[in-house]
Ligand binder design. Structure first.
Ligand SMILES: Cc1ncc(COP(=O)(O)O)c(C=O)c1O
Length: 391
């Protein structure tokens, strides 16, 4: 393995450490989930009501989940493990899974951790690498969890707005300009909610130009939906790069909770406070078996990506034909639709007819995120578009 050349980001100074009270709140957030729904209201169950008042929702295209469950062979592998679920991990699935990830992704196994989804390491990374003195930088719009955690811990957030001039892609130069002295630069690629990818050169530029002790986090929750290269290839040379993955999207395992983080062991070590060890060790064996099997099915991964892309393009065409602008450049299972009127009102109109569409971001109040569902679900969505925007 080549010697990492990048510096190890320093531990935060005492003044950058959070107060006991803040960490107690963070620990609560990570460990118990008690404050989770307060922090992340979108995670709460919704009970849509129809015009007559009864629940009639049938189509959920709001949370970027894949429209169907795990890959069939992955589901079988998970089911098989349930039968030996009386034991903790008799087949050493935890190690086996990490070895599989290492060989499929060509990453040394000492740089990989598995979590119950990627939300936990995402929350931890904000607490570990940003601070009230060394803030967080992201584009806007992006996945809001890092913003919310930062707010919770009094960490300043700088946001670089995505622009039409840049085709809504992340400019890492704009990120650095927004705060040249941040502790954590968050790059979601493909970005939730725009689906736009950040080229490897942009990420490399940020790594080379940010403060030496800052960390770059590349959130690759949607990476399997695109053919753009992952940032994993940069991992061998960098000690200041954290990459997150999840099985919640293309692999259809959101409820089963498996996520991955990739980083130099020293960087990982800094994320371990507040029961990090337990959070990375006690993973449901059935979910691990399903996740492992999923990684070994490249043809089916490709098929899911192609199926989704075909449906996405059909929806984009339908909206465009109707004169409703779709933001360009999505390479993931979501599109941003500019209704030219308040997105909240449009979402309500869909909900009345049983279609739950995604949220909007404050920066673009007329734009909704639409998750790409199955062909049938999106035909229903198209029919509702025709109904709501009847002229
Ligand atoms: C960009 C991004 N990162 C992380 C997550 C967290 O996913 P999970 O905790 O299910 O792995 C999500 C979920 O929507 C996401 O969109």
């Amino acid at each position: 393995m080549t010697d990492p050349t990048s510096p190890i980001p320093a531990k935060p100074s005492i003044s950058q450490e959070f107060s006991r009270r803040q960490f107690t709140r963070l620990a609560g957030l990570l460990g118990t989930g008690v404050s989770f729904s307060q922090l992340f209201p979108t995670a709460q169950a919704r009970t849509p009501t129809g015009e007559a008042g009864q629940t009639n929702a049938t189509t959920y295209i709001d949370k970027n989940e894949y429209w169907t469950g795990p890959l069939p062979q992955a589901a079988q592998a998970a089911q098989k493990e349930i039968l030996s679920g009386n034991r903790y991990d008799p087949a050493h699935l935890h190690e086996d899974f990490l070895q599989t990830v290492a060989s499929v992704e060509h990453v040394p196994v000492d740089r990989i951790l598995v979590w119950q989804g990627s939300m936990d390491p995402l929350i931890r990374s904000v607490a570990a690498f940003a601070s009230p003195e060394r803030g967080l930088v992201t584009v806007d719009p992006t996945f809001e969890v890092p913003w919310k955690v930062a707010k919770y811990l009094n960490i300043p957030v700088h946001r670089a707005p995505l622009t039409a001039a840049e085709n809504y892609a992340t400019s890492t130069r704009a990120l650095l300009k927004a705060n040249p002295k941040a502790g954590l630069y968050y790059v979601c690629s493909p970005n939730n909610p725009t689906g736009t990818s950040t080229p490897l050169d942009e990420i490399r530029w940020l790594l080379d130009n940010k403060p030496a002790d800052a960390v770059v986090l590349v959130d690759e929750a949607y990476i399997h939906f695109t053919t753009n290269p992952s940032a994993l290839s940069l991992l061998r040379e960098r000690r200041d790069l954290l990459i997150l993955r999840t099985f919640s999207k293309l692999f259809g395992m959101a409820g089963l909770r498996v996520g991955l983080s990739f980083a130099h062991p020293d960087l990982h070590q800094r994320m371990m406070r507040y029961d990090g060890e337990a959070a990375t060790r006690l993973i449901n064996v059935s979910a691990l078996a399903g996740a492992k099997e999923s990684l070994l099915l490249p043809d089916q991964i490709r098929k899911r990506r192609d199926d989704m892309t075909a449906v996405r393009e059909a929806v984009e065409q339908h909206l465009t034909k109707r004169g409703i602008p779709v933001l360009p450049g999505s390479q993931a299972n979501m599109i941003m639709v500019d209704w030219k009127r308040p997105a909240a009102e449009v979402a309500e109109a869909f909900e009345k007819n049983g279609v739950i569409i995604g949220r909007n971001w404050p920066i673009w109040p007329n734009v909704s995120r639409i998750t790409i569902g199955s062909a049938e679900e999106m035909q229903l969505f198209n029919r509702q578009v025709d109904r709501i925007f009847r002229t």
